[in-house]
Design a protein around this ligand. Structure first.
Ligand code: ZN
Length: 102
């Protein structure tokens, strides 16, 4: 007969781990009104993917990317640090950014 595992309550542990780490992410910034309006303005000015345009392809931009990522010291709200990208080019850029180790 297999023994039945008893659920032992451990009252010294909190029932749920407190939600932590939220502030370490940039989610707050990307939800800020300033960013969203700048992003909308950028897409208005550059409705096409800039990376594709360099190759002579016209693809509608699907997102606004920071040329120099914020976590690498890029200016978060500087129009000059923004580029409109399609999802494909953004995925390629993210992969490139990760492969660079300085
Ligand atoms: Zn593109």
């Amino acid at each position: 007969m297999p023994s039945i595992k008893k659920y032992t309550k451990r009252p010294w542990l909190p029932e749920k781990a407190p939600f932590s780490g939220y502030r370490h992410h940039n989610t707050g910034f990307y939800q800020s009104r300033k960013w969203r309006s700048l992003r909308a303005l950028k897409l208005e000015r550059s409705p096409l993917c800039e990376e594709c345009q360099r190759k002579g392809i016209f693809t509608p931009a699907q997102m606004v990317d920071h040329i120099v990522p914020i976590n690498k010291g890029g200016a978060p709200l500087d129009m000059d640090n923004l580029q409109a990208l399609c999802n494909k080019c953004h995925a390629a850029k993210s992969a490139r950014d990760k492969s660079i180790t300085h």
